[in-house]
Every structure is written in C-alpha cells, then in structure tokens.
Write a protein that binds this ligand. Structure first.
Ligand code: C2E
Ligand code: CA
Ligand code: CA
Length: 561
C-alpha cells in the first residue's frame, strides 16, 4: 500500500508551494494539484471537509474522487481523467455531480490543466473545482447569502455546538412600497437595506437575505445588549429617511432574536422561534426587538428542545397528539349542541403541553398544515359518531392562519368532507385574531367560499385584539366566540358585563350568533342569559373530555329529564 513515506520530501515541498500559488489564483474556488509522476495530490481543505475525503494529501486522488461522482456522470468523468493521464489531453473542463459528506450531490465544475516538465512530459495536473451548490446560496438581488445559506450555516452551528445569536430583521410595509412605487423601487429598497446591514454588521457576523423583506444576522461575538444597540441604530437610520433612487422614504423595521445555546434542536425549530419573536415585534411591540426566550410565557415550554420534540412528532405518525372535546351548550335549554375539538400533546418525559404553548410557535412551520389536516380528520370522524346520537351536532375545529393562507385550503376542506362523507353544515371552523397577519381580502374570500359551501365559520377570541370589531365588519361569519377574559370578573365588575352586552349587540348587527366561553359558575350563566347569547362553553358544563366521555354524556342527555 502507498503511504506518504513513498513520496519524496523535496517533491512534497514543491507540491506545496505550487499548491499555494494555485490557491491564491483560485480565490472563491477549491483547488487541487496532482503530482502525476507519483499520482500524489494535495486538495483544498474545504473540499476534504465538504465531500468527506480521506485527507488533504492523497495517493490516487482521481480514483477516490471518482467514488463521489454521481453514477450517471461517472463515465464522462472517467474518460476525461483517462485522457489526461494517458497524455491524450492537456486539460479538462467538465461538469458533474459529486456526493458530499451528507450524502447529497452538488453540481461542480472542474477545470484543470497539465503542467509539463522541461522535456515536455506531463508532471503536474492542477486546477479548480467550483461548487455550484454553494454558490446557489446567494441571493441574486442583494448578493447576500440566501435562506438556504442561512439554514446551512445554522445547521453547521448546531452540529458543531457553536453558540450564536441570530437576529431577524424585516422591513415593514414593503408590499405597500411595491404597490405604490413599483417592484423596481421595492428591489432598490431591498438592495440598499441589505448593503447597509452588511456594512454595519461587518466582520461581527454573517448577513443573510431570507424570504421577502426579511434579513438575518448571525453573530458569535455580540451580546444581547450589543445586538439591541446595533438594531436601534439601524432602525433610527432608516426611520429618519433615506434617499433611494429619486425618492426620500422612511422605513419601519421589526426584529426578533434568539440565542442558540442548546443544540438538541433543528434549523426549522429555530426558524419557527425566530419568526414567532419577529411576529411579536411586528404585531404587538411596534418593531422593538423581541428576544425569543423572553417571549415564552408558557409554564412547560421549557426551551426550544420541547418544541423540537413536538415538531418531530408530526413526522412520527402524530405520535403524542390527541384531541379532547369540550361540549358547547345551548344557552336556553342547556343541552349539548356541539363540541370544540382541542389539541393536546403529551409524552412521558415532557408531560402534557397545552396547545397555546406550542401552536403559536409551530404555526409557521412547513409541517403545520399536515397537523391541521390530521386534526380535521380526527375531529370529523369523532363528530360522525356523535351525529348518530344528535343529528344536528356541530363540531368546532380551530384553524390556524397558516392553514387558511394555503391556496388550496377550501379544496382540502371539500375533499375531507367528501372523503369522510360528512355534512358541511355540521362543521364549524374557528378562525382567530391572529388571522390579521393575513391579507383581509384573502380571509374574506376563504370565508365566503366556505360558507357558500355550507361550512360554518366562527370568529374566535372575539374582543382580544384591537381589530375584532373591524374584523366582523369585513368578514361575514356565522358566529363570534367571546373570549373568556371578558367574563372572568363579570360577577363583580359591571363594566365587564356592559362590554359583553356591547359585543352581543355588535354581533346581532352583523347577523352573527354569540357563544360565550369560560362559563365557570351558575352566577356567570345567569348574568349572561340576560343578553343575546346563543350558546355557552366552560368548565361549569364540562372540561375538555375524551371522545368516549362525550359520547356517554350525549347518551345521558338523551334520557328524559
Ligand atoms: P380557544 O380556542 O379559545 O379554546 C378555549 C380554551 O379555553 C381551551 O384551552 C379550553 O380548555 C379553555 N377553557 C374552556 N372553558 C374554560 C373555563 O371555563 N375556564 C377556563 N379557565 N378555561 C376554559 P386549551 O384547550 O388549552 O386551548 C388553548 C388554545 O389553543 C385554544 O384557545 C386555541 O386557540 C388553541 N388550540 C387548541 N386546539 C387547537 C387546534 O386544534 N388547532 C389550532 N389551530 N389551535 C388550537
Ligand atoms: Ca377556539
Ligand atoms: Ca376562544
């Protein structure tokens, strides 16, 4: 077997100095140099790392490399190398796919030439390999690394357990700028912003352009405080107005940040958490930087790790997820008219995590719609059983805005209803305040289409957001659900009961029915009965229960009183 010892020391020095020279010329490419007399090569460390080669120094590197070439490209590669070593060719320029350490293939362009000795005999073969896989991670518009580059870098930090801070910064109202001044101007804004961000982060971190108007900065050296300061500086600069093309515009920014110091996670989870902090900054903090950890309010949401576990359950056959059902009562007869399906997740190690501690974080996850579909099918199957007992039973299912925004959402609903042979009138979809993150026209279209097909729509958590009243004006729903927070103190607080009365009046103005959530006592019920309330839901009647329990309760109800 060949070992490095078979390679003379003085030739190695020559190889190294030629290699160094090549590397300088090579710049953003990876270089290789082969001493053809000994078939001994030196390859760039970057190639060795990315493609998992045995070492920077290799005997018969060509044959080793060939094992990395995609089967369909092997023939061309082999013939090319043969031609070089047999003296038939003086150089080559070829493209092939090469397998990286992670098993994926990247498209590479390989250019090389033969260097002859003073007698014209081939002595060295050297050149450069350009990995297009890496270069495709560049955003065309800004020249920054793009979302894929971002994911790749975060992935590397997770793998190498490198502690970093990530900050997501976005330009608010870019859609409006595009609409008013045209896409060309919008692009100029994006370029300017990217350039500025890069200049002001400089060598303290990497700058990325993610999707749309969002950017990210990854830094290893800056503290939370320093990041905040840098962000405030950038924010002030753009708020006070910048000259772009022939216009002077002021830009508002939003920002979310998190520290990656816990490595049992994945990039998508990190991305979801960042987006969550970002949305919080945008929706409720007027663009102030929101640190992710600070925004987790949940008792059990210990860290990103829990979310990671939950997220993985989606791909593991939804293992750990189940639904409970909370009965909804007719306000006057106090009989069950339907139930709301409520999601749960639990596992031995983490216990049960309430849905509002993970759903808002997962909503943006590409896997979330899958979970949404699972919930719908599950809930409808259960409801079918209940329909045998009560023919007008209505099942309420919570829909997240991320499901609603999918272009094929209504088609999916029709498909599931047909597949499970379920009457559309017995399904009620609850949409929440968080929908205001979406385009109003889009929500209205979806709601109108659903209702035209017979499906009912309820506006959940009515009153909690500043735009509730506006929402009901723009979006024609069947019913509103008044949030629990408005009735908690209704027995003691007269203001509260006036507010609820006011909500019921708004609802009837728009022809919507009213359900009040969070009924915990008979006294609450009695106060609310004075108003135009159609149904009640709350612990006073029942906590969320298993489907078998619900079935039993329906049986009970059917017995004559
Ligand atoms: P929500 O839609 O407002 O659901 C009502 C929540 O109030 C439920 O909490 C329910 O258990 C609780 N609740 C009901 N009556 C009472 C009461 O009398 N007193 C008190 N203190 N609480 C009561 P839960 O199940 O923890 O759900 C929390 C939120 O998680 C839901 O709020 C909903 O926004 C979200 N969620 C739950 N399941 C799903 C789902 O399948 N999909 C989506 N997208 N979101 C869901
Ligand atoms: Ca609900
Ligand atoms: Ca609610």
């Amino acid at each position: 077997m060949n070992t490095d010892k078979n390679y003379p020391e003085e030739r190695k020095m020559r190889l190294d100095s030629l290699f160094e020279a090549l590397s300088v010329v090579g710049e953003d490419t990876h270089v290789y140099l082969c001493d053809m007399i000994y078939d001994y090569s030196r390859w760039s460390k970057s190639l060795v790392d990315v493609f998992g080669l045995p070492s920077e120094y290799m005997f018969e590197a060509g044959a080793i490399w060939e094992t990395h070439i995609h089967p369909e490209d092997k023939r061309t590669y082999h013939d090319g190398i043969d031609a070089i070593f047999s003296g038939k060719a003086q150089g080559h320029d070829m493209q092939y796919r090469a397998r990286k350490k992670d098993g994926e293939y990247d498209v590479c362009t390989c250019r090389g030439i033969v260097i002859t000795d003073e007698y014209g005999q081939p002595e060295y073969f050297g050149g450069a390999i350009r990995n297009h896989g890496e270069q495709s991670h560049i955003d065309n518009l800004t020249g920054l690394r793009n979302q894929y580059g971002f994911f790749e870098d975060v992935e590397n930090c997770i793998r190498n357990k490198t502690e970093i801070r990530i900050c997501m910064i976005g330009i608010g109202k870019l859609t409006e700028l595009n609409a008013v001044y045209g896409y060309g101007f919008g692009n100029a804004v994006l370029q300017r912003f990217g350039r500025y961000l890069m200049d002001h982060v400089g060598n303290r971190g990497g700058t990325y352009r993610l999707d749309g108007s969002k950017y990210a900065v990854i830094t290893q050296t800056q503290s939370e405080k320093e990041i905040k300061k840098t962000y405030e500086r950038i924010r002030k600069y753009f708020r006070s107005g910048v000259q772009i093309e022939d216009r002077f515009v002021s830009l508002e920014l939003n920002s979310g940040a998190l520290a990656l110091d816990e490595f049992n996670t994945d990039t998508q989870t990190i991305y979801s958490c960042l987006n969550f902090a970002y949305d919080d900054s945008k929706v409720s903090k007027h663009g102030d930087l929101v640190e992710f950890a600070g925004s987790i309010t949940g008792r059990n949401m210990r860290n990103i790790e829990t979310l990671h576990m939950i997220r993985n359950s989606i791909s593991q056959g939804f293992n750990g997820f189940y639904l409970l059902y909370q009965p909804i009562m007719d306000a006057s007869t106090e009989r069950i008219t339907g139930a709301e399906a409520l999601l749960r997740w639990s596992n031995l190690e983490y216990g049960t995590i309430p849905p509002d501690e993970f759903i808002p974080l997962l909503e943006r996850d590409p896997k979330f719609p899958l979970l949404g579909e699972w919930i719908l099918r599950r809930a409808i199957r259960t409801a079918k059983k209940m329909l045998e007992k009560i023919p007008d039973f209505v099942i309420n299912v919570n829909i997240s805005y991320a499901q609603l925004e999918k272009p094929d959402f209504t088609d999916l609903i029709w498909m599931i209803l047909r597949e499970l042979d379920f009457p559309p009138e017995q399904l009620c979809l609850e949409i929440t305040e968080r929908c205001r993150l979406l385009d109003m026209d889009l929500i209205r279209n979806v709601v109108v289409t659903l209702r035209a097909g017979g499906v009912r729509v309820a506006l959940d958590d009515f009153g909690t957001g500043f735009s509730s009243v506006g929402l009901i004006k723009d979006i024609p729903v069947d019913s509103i659900k008044i949030d629990r927070s408005f009735v908690i103190n209704i027995e003691a607080d007269e203001q509260e009961s006036k507010l609820v009365k006011c909500f019921t009046e708004v609802a009837s103005l728009f022809g919507a029915k009213v359900c009040v959530e969070g009924i915990e006592t008979a006294a609450m019920r009695d106060i609310l009965r004075k108003y135009n309330v159609n149904s009640f839901q709350g612990y006073f009647y029942s906590r969320p229960i298993e489907d078998e329990k619900l079935y039993e309760r329906l049986n009970e109800e059917l017995k004559p009183r």
